[in-house]
Design a binder for this molecule. Structure first.
Ligand SMILES: NC(=O)C1=CN([C@@H]2O[C@H](COP(=O)(O)OP(=O)(O)OC[C@H]3O[C@@H](n4cnc5c(N)ncnc54)[C@H](OP(=O)(O)O)[C@@H]3O)[C@@H](O)[C@H]2O)C=CC1
Ligand SMILES: CC(C)(CO)C(=O)C(=O)O
Length: 299
């Protein structure tokens, strides 16, 4: 299958490296410089060892669609610009797969005139070390489902995924995104505010109490019945990624914008629609926005 990947950050490089084993992958970068570098050097994946794979890269200005599947791996707050860049050529774009954390993107993609749209969540950990080099920190599941249209390209992707990079096709896109949203709503803001690794949220009994209150309130906003399942998700992720720094902590550490609007911001909008009071969520939302505003670099 011909696959275009838009956004050559941590996830874009990770996906391009793995998927190029069995597919014709083209990576679309924001800058000409990064595309040139990848064309010259290939993409290096660092795990126990490191391996280079050659694949073509093009700057986004040269994107004309034409792939069977286009995977969009930019951050939530970069999506609007990408959609603006591709919306005129959606007829040519084939199916689209969005892999953002959070749920803020749903209201953007529901307006797209594309025949098939998929959304997914990623449990892998990846960090871009340089423009053409990515470190694969933790393997986990990739789940995706149809948001709109036909299943064909998603099934083709899942059936031809490398053994060590499997993709699970699910039936309920909302369930996939909500499960990841709950995990991110609890772990990301708390680790960023307390400046700790994910595992400390369980190990420190006081932080654990706060994490459970935030979880409780999140589930109340989402009117979720199966609380036990989400509790297990949060505990599992904290345990499996105990020594990792969450993406929100990492973003603030480097003075970057976070995806708080698509996570707690999304929950605040949901709470308003449903008339639910959510003081913890509002407080943590404003703490993270405040840190972004200060351009605070935490160590
Ligand atoms: N990294 C991880 O381990 C995980 C990430 N995710 C989710 O995956 C998504 C992507 O995250 P991640 O890869 O870490 O983010 P990164 O910031 O590493 O990558 C985003 C990339 O998108 C590029 N980009 C931005 N705007 C455009 C544009 N208009 N055209 C082309 N490229 C563009 C950026 O380019 P430039 O660098 O030039 O600015 C950057 O390379 C997020 O929603 C995140 O929450 C989910 C689970 C795990
Ligand atoms: C799963 C988790 C919390 C892992 O750190 C993550 O998705 C993130 O940091 O954004």
């Amino acid at each position: 299958m011909r696959i275009g990947i838009i956004g050559a950050g941590s996830i874009g490089l990770l996906f391009s490296w793995y998927l190029s084993e069995k597919h014709e992958v083209t990576l679309y970068t924001r800058t000409v410089h990064q595309a040139d570098l990848i064309n010259r050097k290939g993409v290096t994946l660092v795990k126990e060892t490191e391996e280079v794979r050659k694949l073509p890269a093009k700057p986004m200005d040269e994107w004309v669609g034409g792939d069977d599947l286009t995977i969009i791996t930019v951050k939530q707050y970069q999506l609007q610009e990408v959609l603006f860049q591709i919306e005129d050529k959606l007829d040519e774009a084939g199916s689209l797969l969005f892999l953002q954390n959070g749920m803020g993107h749903l209201k953007l993609i529901e307006k797209l005139q594309s025949s098939s749209i998929y959304v997914g969540s990623i449990e892998h950990g990846a960090v871009r070390e340089s423009a053409a080099r990515v470190r694969h920190n933790g393997a986990g599941a990739i789940r995706a489902a149809v948001f709109k249209g036909s299943l064909v390209r998603l099934e083709e992707l899942a059936n031809n995924a490398p053994e060590d990079f499997s993709i699970q096709v699910e039936t309920d896109y909302y369930e996939i995104l909500v499960r990841k949203l709950v995990v991110n709503a609890v772990i990301n803001p708390l680790t960023a505010v307390f400046q700790v690794q994910n595992g400390i949220l369980l190990a420190n009994p006081f932080y654990r109490k706060i994490a459970m209150s935030l979880l409780e309130e999140t589930l109340c906003v989402l009117e979720t019945a199966d609380k036990e399942k989400h509790y297990r998700d949060v505990v599992n992720v904290c345990e499996k990624t105990a020594s990792n720094y969450s993406s929100m902590y990492a973003d603030l550490s480097q003075g970057r914008r976070t995806e708080i609007d698509a996570i707690l911001g999304f929950l605040i909008e949901e709470a308003e629609k449903r008339g639910v009071h959510c003081p913890y969520i509002c407080n943590y939302y404003h703490m993270i926005k405040g840190k972004e505003f200060q351009g605070e670099v935490v160590t």
